[in-house]
Design a protein around this ligand. Structure first.
Ligand SMILES: Cc1ncc(C[n+]2csc(CCOP(=O)(O)OP(=O)(O)O)c2C)c(N)n1
Ligand SMILES: CC(=O)[C@@H](O)[C@H](O)COP(=O)(O)O
Ligand SMILES: [Mg+2]
Length: 637
């Protein structure tokens, strides 16, 4: 890709280079950094709007802070492309999110400038407080710690747990609240309303501006006088703001709101705040997608667009005109509306992923029965538990990897209550470019040990529909349905509903030499592998288990009675999932079969395309063929 020449940025590889630029030229640096992000992401897709929105903040932070000695923690990290470019990764940024390339999120293994590995939201305040406390304990009084957290990420309980703890701890911590009034979809909830109020309230801003001016004067005084005046300032704030400012109530000193696109002002504010010890919060107002008109206008789409023309914004990979199989999420979103029209107990819940999960379809058609609860997976699950306890039937749609955060709620607030909640676990399996933080590879294993749970995973879109139909029958208890990122193969998916009996799998084909047991959509790799193996004269049986729990014991007796060589296949970790279940069953029932488990091995899998990652883990078509032929060669020999 031909990139434009950039007078300043071409000479900046590290923050030390940035610090050589005069303050007057920082506006130009920001323009160039923004252009660099546009040029890179236009041809190498990734997160876009969030990084554009924090260009000035990023430049100001690296201009003022002494990174990597100072700790700079980005929440989620999808907004950290500018940070990566300014911290030694400009020349390899074209490998962002690619197989063997750099991670799309800050990662401790990748750079000393990435203070904390991130990807899931709302961790920054707790992690930063930990680092600031560590600095305090080590006597590093000059080490600064800054967490940058978005308004969306601020809605999670974890963020408030961090704030709450910081109140009792005088660690030197600056939280920067990057408020753009957006999550991926528009941000929701009471905090969002509060932040809007505080940004627009004239009385509040008058008070705030007076205090700000006062603070400016304060910083020019000698330390003793400063101390006295700081007390006075705190007193004024206590009286005027404490009751009206949620962060002050948490014992944070609140500053702002300030214009996050005024880089020179940001430099001044950040420099001033360095002189103030203890927990502080700076409220910064920015625009998601800033500087790229289309991204400013349709912030949800441009959160993470595909390839686009860097000048016009034209999307360069338009949807194909030939008929396409739907994405699994679309099958979920449309089927839920169909079911909700038939069953008035059904409600839909998403923690901040309406578009990503396709719950937005129900939110539009049945706004009273579909809830975006903000980034709050734990709450989403317990909220579902409460709804179910009073007779509603929640379909709670959560990405598999984000469900990790709500594990106790699943156990304590749904399974233990034995209430009817349907968990629709989207992005089950490796997800591709988002990498290790986002792969949804643990849910089969971590749900299997929970009493009362039904665990299902469809082979295709039709099965997904039918599992959803089955799950909304009377008194099914906690019921999880997991499906992957992306599309299946079936075009004609809107067939009449059928019940898929709980705990029953299906035989897809008979075979004599070996049996493959698969769960979920990854089964299509086995279908392809078997086609090749049979061309070579092998006879392979294939069973789609559909349910991991309760597992189909009749089917397992049939398979283990007939076959002493078995391959299990799952798009999930091989510890604790289908493979483990089959081995446990074989052991408990005294079968001698050898079970080869294909799935995600016991290691971190980084980013790449889904196919690249199946290959790396050995459970794509080729991997299955390799495993099968190795087993069959041994048995023949
Ligand atoms: C625990 C968790 N839930 C959901 C997500 C998906 N997600 C990533 S970014 C994002 C929106 C974040 O909003 P905000 O923090 O305001 O950042 P912005 O994109 O507006 O800059 C969401 C919901 C996530 N990464 N982690
Ligand atoms: C940063 C983040 O967590 C989300 O933006 C995530 O990348 C969305 O994933 P999908 O693209 O699979 O919806
Ligand atoms: Mg936001």
């Amino acid at each position: 890709m031909a990139k434009s020449e950039k007078e300043f940025l071409d000479k900046i590889n590290f923050p030390s280079d940035l610090k050589k630029v005069s303050e007057d030229d920082l506006i130009q640096v920001c323009e160039e950094l923004r252009q660099e992000i546009i040029e890179e992401v236009s041809c190498n897709p990734g997160h876009f709007g969030a990084s554009l929105g924090v260009v000035e903040l990023t430049v100001a932070l690296h201009y003022v802070l002494n990174t990597p000695y100072d700790n700079l923690i980005w929440d989620v990290g999808h907004q950290a492309y500018g940070h990566k470019i300014l911290t030694g990764r400009k020349d390899i940024f074209h490998t962002n999110r690619k197989y063997k390339g750099i991670s799309g999120f800050p990662n401790r293994n990748e750079s000393e400038y990435d203070a904390f590995t991130v990807g899931h939201s709302s961790t920054s305040i707790s992690a930063a407080l930990g680092m600031a406390t560590a600095a305090q304990l080590s006597g590093e009084t000059d080490r600064k710690t800054v967490a940058v957290i978005g308004d969306g990420s601020m809605t999670a309980g974890l963020a408030f747990e961090g704030l709450n703890n910081a109140a009792n701890n005088n660690a030197d911590l600056l939280v920067i609240l990057n408020d753009n009034n957006m999550a991926i979809d528009p941000n929701v909830g009471g905090l969002n309303n509060y932040l809007l109020d505080i940004t627009t309230s004239q009385t509040y801003n008058k008070v705030k501006n007076d205090i700000w001016r006062f603070l400016g004067k304060l910083n020019r005084l000698n330390p003793n006088t400063q101390k006295i005046f700081q007390k006075v300032e705190q007193g004024i704030k206590t009286i005027l703001l404490k009751q009206s400012n949620i962060f002050e109530a948490f014992n944070f000193r609140y500053f702002g709101p300030v214009d996050g696109h005024d880089v020179n002002h940001m430099v001044k504010v950040l420099s001033d705040l360095q002189k103030i010890s203890g927990p502080k919060l700076l409220h910064v107002i920015t625009k998601k997608g800033k500087g790229f008109k289309l991204a400013e206008q349709n912030q949800t789409y441009w959160h993470a667009p595909g390839m686009f023309d860097k000048v016009t914004g034209e999307i360069l990979q338009p949807e194909s005109t030939s008929p396409q199989a739907p994405k699994f999420q679309e099958v979920f979103g449309n089927t839920l509306v169909e079911l909700a029209e038939m069953n008035d107990k059904i409600v839909g819940i998403t923690p901040a992923m309406p578009t990503g999960s396709s719950l937005n379809i129900m939110m539009e058609k049945m706004p009273d029965r579909a809830f975006d609860v903000g980034i709050a997976e734990q709450h989403a699950v317990t909220f579902s538990g409460g709804l179910a306890a009073k007779g509603k039937l929640p379909f709670c749609a959560i990405y598999s990897s984000f469900m990790q955060r709500a594990y106790d709620q699943v156990i304590h607030d749904v399974a233990l209550q034995n209430v009817n909640v349907v968990f629709c676990l989207d992005r089950g399996g490796v997800v591709g470019a988002d990498g290790a933080t986002h792969h949804g590879v643990y849910d089969l294993a971590f749900f299997r040990c929970i009493p009362n749970m039904t665990i299902a995973s469809p082979l295709d879109a039709v099965e997904l529909r039918n599992l959803m139909f089955t799950a909304q029958q009377e008194n099914m208890g906690p019921f999880s349905i997991r499906y992957p990122r992306g599309k299946g193969r079936i075009l004609d998916w809107q067939k009449p509903f059928e019940i898929l009996p709980v705990g029953k799998g299906q035989k897809l084909k008979d075979g004599k030499d070996l049996a493959i047991l698969s769960i979920g959509a990854i089964g299509v790799e086995a279908v392809d592998a078997i086609e090749e193996l049979e061309k070579d004269g092998y006879s392979i049986a294939h069973y789609d288990m559909r349910y991991l729990k309760p597992i189909d014991t009749e089917l397992l007796h049939e398979v283990l009675g007939k076959h002493d060589q078995i391959i299990t296949l799952e798009d999930g970790c091989i510890i604790g999932g289908l493979g483990s279940a089959v081995i446990e069953f074989a052991n408990d029932n005294h079968y001698q079969a050898r079970v080869k488990r294909l799935g995600v091995p016991d290691k971190w899998v980084e980013q790449g395309t889904q196919q690249e990652l199946y290959r790396e883990c050995g459970y794509d078509k080729l991997g299955i063929i390799e495993s099968a032929t190795a087993i069959l060669a041994k048995t023949e020999g």
